[in-house]
Design a protein around this ligand. Structure first.
Ligand code: URA
Length: 243
């Protein structure tokens, strides 16, 4: 069962707020019966109509994209740049789960399922994100330890992180390393390294929860498999894949 305003919003007909207004104003009918009560619960099989026009309810879909550089992680871009949604030829109204910067590559999930999105992006749910990063300069062990313990960004301390597989470039001007975090603050990785004097030169998300881009070339995408969707739900709820 789902709330009527949510069903209308999920069908892409209106925002949730607008849907509430439509219901209150008497524009909505369920199985032919006008409904004006907000929060009315409807079954997936119920027919919902707005001013007599029956809504087509979209099936929930889940995609994995190996995001290339030079693409924006939005559904629409006012500068008319290519978006991650343009790369996937989906019939449904999908959107990215969180964002990767224009120049960041790697694992990006897209869906039309708002609950799945909320479950995965909320830091409370501890879904790990793993990044391979190239930073300027040679990072010291103490600096890595400071980042792992957490540093202040905008007055709030970042949650504990893990850093591993640290490798200095042959010319000794930059460092490659892997960092695992479970938050998604705005430009988090870039700001964390910037804050300790090591600007990020290259950034790739290697893993989101249990999902990697193995087998997908840049720009390549596929639908998530049912077991992958289930694992991600479990990770968001229980912090582990079995339950
Ligand atoms: N952190 C960043 O700074 N940028 C990204 O694209 C992802 C995480």
């Amino acid at each position: 069962m789902e709330r009527l305003q949510k069903v209308i919003a999920a069908a892409g007909y209106a925002s949730r707020r607008q849907a509430e207004e439509l219901i209150a104003a008497g524009h909505v009918a369920v199985n032919g019966v006008p409904v004006t009560v907000l929060g009315t619960q409807v079954e997936p099989t119920d027919q919902v109509a707005i001013d007599g026009v029956v809504l087509t309810r979209e099936e929930k879909v889940y995609y994995l994209l190996n995001k290339p550089a030079g693409v924006v992680s939005t559904t629409d871009d006012d500068k008319k740049r290519q978006t991650v949604v343009d790369l996937i030829h989906a019939q449904e109204r999908i959107f990215p789960i969180g964002r990767l910067d224009f120049d960041t590559t790697g694992v990006l999930l897209l869906t039309n399922d708002g609950d799945f999105n909320n479950a995965l992006i909320h830091p409370r749910f501890h879904v790990e994100k793993e990044y391979r990063v190239k930073i300027a300069g040679l990072i010291r062990k103490e600096t890595s330890a400071t980042l792992c313990r957490g540093i202040e960004l905008d007055g709030v301390k970042t949650a504990p992180a893990k850093i591993r597989d640290v490798r200095y470039d042959e010319d000794k001007t930059s460092t490659h390393l892997t960092i695992v975090i479970h938050e998604g603050k705005y430009h988090q990785i870039k700001r964390m390294f910037e804050a300790v004097g090591h600007p990020v030169l290259k950034l790739r998300r290697e893993r989101f929860g249990t999902v990697t881009c193995e087998g997908l070339k840049p720009g390549g995408w596929r639908k998530l498999k049912p077991h992958e969707i289930k694992q991600l739900w479990n990770l968001s709820k229980f912090g582990k894949t079995e339950q």
